[in-house]
Design a protein around this ligand. Structure first.
Ligand code: NAI
Length: 415
């Protein structure tokens, strides 16, 4: 995670950027941003379009979670906005292309809850192996059932991980520390951690694992990846865990396999259809099966993950604001910039990606006697982002000159 404190030798914050944080974002975000001199307004709930545009008047940064919709129309009203932080995983709530066309960089935090999902999975492996939920609900219902039958340690058992990415590989380390043997299957070549062993096919994994845990994204390839045929390949008494995406498992086929005892149990956190809001009605074929642990998409929902997200996204926003770097932005070209050297000025320029713009910029700067010491450029689709480190300049005049170039979308300076 990037540090927010070593970005710029002396950010000029005589006019502190205004930040609006919505939807009860973890206070670590406001604290980090205020620590760099930004003026932060925190609003607990989401805002509708009119109220949002109003709240963003004069604001350089918007922070939101999943409930606030940022449309092209709202963006057109927020002329001072430079960056949006989605303090969550998804970014569907923001019109990313409209933001890019205005040179507004959008950042999110795709991996801050990795550990939370891995830990939940470990808990579920143990809970299934000890029939914990069954025993607990039995006792709640007044049934004392002390027995070792069908209760197992996880030590020495084989965990098969499907998708060895951020979560899968983290789970691999935790599971091995608890004495499990780990195998995995991934479509991309992955370095096995510890003693984990890569398997050549999903079938090889399904046929040999005591616990199969899914950690793949929702893609056309993973849709219905585990159906009746795959469940039939699993070992009798084995467990299936889906903390990935609801589309990956045929939930009807899983209910049949659980009810018939073809597999021993399952833990499912994600469903093909999930209620849009808390307290929404929920029904699925797995409801009522005592060997299925069901959780309401809480794999990544911990206070630690929320704090990690707050720190991660704020750091990315600060790097963009104070240094110009767009690394990991989901919508604008990614440029990872060095620290600005003492006695240098930095020009940050978003423009339409067409021939001749750099030439016009150089000509304009040369005409003003501006000496360029370093230049960085990256393009993505129709947008280009160029950064020039120059000897000290009269910022407003240079910005005005660059705004005269018809392809210019946005220009900003740092010193
Ligand atoms: P990641 O992108 O780091 O890893 C995914 C891995 O799956 C990659 O190594 C990729 O090569 C592999 N993969 C993709 N298609 C595959 C296929 N057809 N067969 C085998 N391997 C395949 O993703 P990350 O962060 O590990 O997340 C994994 C899943 O967990 C995602 O679907 C994500 O949405 C979900 N998730 C669920 C949460 C929850 O609350 N339950 C919270 C966070 C993530």
């Amino acid at each position: 995670m990037s540090s927010a404190t070593d970005l710029h030798p002396s950010p000029d914050l005589s006019d502190p950027p205004r930040v609006v944080l919505l939807e009860g974002i973890h206070p670590a975000a406001a604290s980090l941003l205020r620590g760099q001199g930004f003026e932060v307004t925190e609003i607990r709930g989401a805002l509708g379009p009119g109220a949002l545009a109003e709240a963003l008047r004069g604001a350089a940064i918007l922070g939101l979670r999943s409930k606030t919709q940022v449309t092209a129309e709202t963006l057109s009203e927020c002329t001072d906005l430079l960056a949006i932080g989605a303090f969550c995983i998804g970014t569907n709530q923001v019109d990313l292309s409209a933001a890019a066309q205005r040179g507004i960089a959008v950042f999110n935090s795709p991996f801050s809850n990795t550990r939370s999902v891995a830990e939940l999975t470990i808990a579920e492996i143990i809970a299934l192996s000890r029939r914990l939920f069954d025993k607990s609900s039995g006792l709640h219902a007044g049934r004392w059932d002390k027995s070792a039958a069908h209760a197992h340690e996880i030590r020495g058992r084989t965990l098969g991980i499907v998708g060895y990415g951020h979560i899968g590989s983290q789970l691999s380390v935790l599971a091995e520390a608890m004495g499990m043997r780990v195998t995995f299957y991934d479509i991309a070549p992955k370095l096995p951690l510890g003693n984990a062993m890569a398997l050549p096919s999903l079938q090889a994994l399904l046929e040999t694992a005591d616990v199969v845990s899914l950690h793949v994204p929702a893609t056309p390839l993973t849709e219905g990846m585990i159906g009746a045929a795959e469940l039939a390949m699993m070992r009798p008494g084995s467990f299936l865990i889906n903390n990935a995406r609801g589309s990956v498992v045929d939930i009807g086929a899983l209910a049949v396999a659980l009810a018939s005892g073809a597999i021993g149990g399952a833990a499912v956190d994600v469903f093909p259809e999930e209620p849009a809001a808390n307290q929404g009605a929920f029904d699925c074929p797995l409801a009522g099966l005592s060997n299925a642990i069901l959780t309401p998409h809480i794999g990544g929902s911990t206070e630690e993950a929320q704090e990690n997200i707050a720190r991660d996204v704020s750091s990315k926003l600060l790097r963009f604001m104070l240094n110009g770097s767009t690394t990991t932005s989901v919508n604008v070209p990614e440029v990872d910039l060095p620290l600005l050297r003492e006695s240098q000025h930095r020009i940050l320029h978003f423009h339409r990606n067409v021939p001749g713009v750099l030439g016009r910029m150089h000509t304009m700067l040369a005409a003003r006697g501006v000496n360029i010491n370093a230049e960085f450029l990256q393009s993505k689709a129709e947008l280009s982002y160029v950064i020039l480190d120059v000897d000290p300049v009269e910022g407003e005049a240079v910005k005005e000159g660059l705004r005269q170039i018809p392809e210019t979308i946005r220009v900003r300076t740092l010193w």
